[in-house]
Ligand binder design. Structure first.
Ligand code: HEM
Length: 284
């Protein structure tokens, strides 16, 4: 109800504010480094944004300024790192848990990619099973279970309930990702949720791990690309399995900003039959 109170209360959460300062300093230094560079065509996000600040300097209502630049970079880091890394972490655990599914993905990758040296994002059209597996990982793990905190800008009604202006809203994405009306086996890992009877990839409107509407995740396209390329490349080159003598996988999540897997060891064994050049030793 009163989020601002947290800044004034003592407790372990104060550490978050200290880390936030350290991140702000780091970004500020990065911006200063960009400013010192010789003028050139803008190359990255910070240099494009600095360019916009210069162009909009005479516009009194422009929102392009250094303070906003720092905040946008923080938002991109916060939104874009943990989410994607955690999803990939879960994907590998599910492949260890379902070795038959892992094998099917590898067969599809071998058949479709053949001797191609690298996986391209365009290849996903020919890899419906791999794509379905990754979608199912995102659905079942629902890493951002509760979307970003929002506030209602105007009074409205939702499903017959009044929602007054200023109401704080926490969207429960898990409610749709596990909705028994939308998924055949909502609590089980089942790539079939995204495949039609002929094995073609099938979109399901209830697949909303990136939320929906005007404020849905702006990084969803980047995330989809990163997930697909990393997952397909890893599965093509390695077989993932449990280490000898392991007591078994722990699949309960740790609750936090994202739903994290438990820390545990799994083995990545290079695949002898892989057609790609494979990982170089110095790159491991
Ligand atoms: C598996 C990966 C990801 C998942 C599951 C995910 C999910 C989400 C969700 C559920 C939201 C809240 C949307 C809402 O409130 O309606 C969100 C917001 C956001 N995401 Fe992502 N995201 C992912 C990757 C990324 C990436 C790669 C970036 C950028 C590099 C990114 C940047 C952001 C930002 C900046 C916001 C806040 C947007 C706003 O406040 O309007 N996300 N994300």
């Amino acid at each position: 109800m009163f989020p601002w109170v947290l800044c004034h209360l003592p407790g372990p959460h104060q550490e978050i504010f200290r880390y936030q300062e350290a991140v702000r300093d780091f970004i500020y230094q990065e911006i200063s480094r960009h400013k010192l560079r010789a003028p050139e065509a803008p190359k990255d996000f910070i240099s494009c944004y600095l360019d916009q600040i210069t162009k909009a300097k005479d516009d009194p209502i422009s929102t392009f300024n250094e303070e906003n630049l720092i905040q946008v970079v923080i938002d991109l880091f916060l939104g874009g790192t943990d989410t994607t890394a955690t999803t990939l972490h879960w994907a590998l655990l599910y492949m260890v848990q379902h070795s038959d599914i892992q094998e099917k993905v590898q067969q599809e990758l071998d058949t479709v990619l053949g001797t191609a040296t690298a996986v391209c994002y365009e290849d996903r059209e020919q890899l419906p099973y791999t794509r379905a597996v990754l979608h199912e990982v995102q659905r079942l793990t629902s890493v951002v279970a509760v979307g970003a905190v929002r506030q209602c800008v105007t009074s409205t009604h939702l499903s017959g309930y009044p929602v007054p202006k200023g109401t704080i809203i926490l969207p429960n994405l898990a409610s749709v990702l596990y909705d028994p009306c939308c998924w055949e086996t909502p609590r089980q890992f089942n790539p079939g949720h995204f495949l039609d009877k002929d094995g073609n990839f099938m979109v399901n409107e209830a697949f909303l791990p990136f939320s929906a509407g005007h404020r849905m995740c702006p990084g969803d396209q980047l995330a989809r690309m990163e997930l697909f390329l990393t997952f397909a490349t890893l599965l093509r080159d390695f077989e993932f399995k449990m280490p000898e003598g392991s007591p078994g996988l722990r699949m309960e999540y740790i609750f936090g900003g994202t739903l994290q897997p438990q820390p545990q060891k799994i083995c990545a064994v290079p695949r002898p039959s892989t057609s790609s050049p494979g990982p170089k030793e110095d790159g491991l």
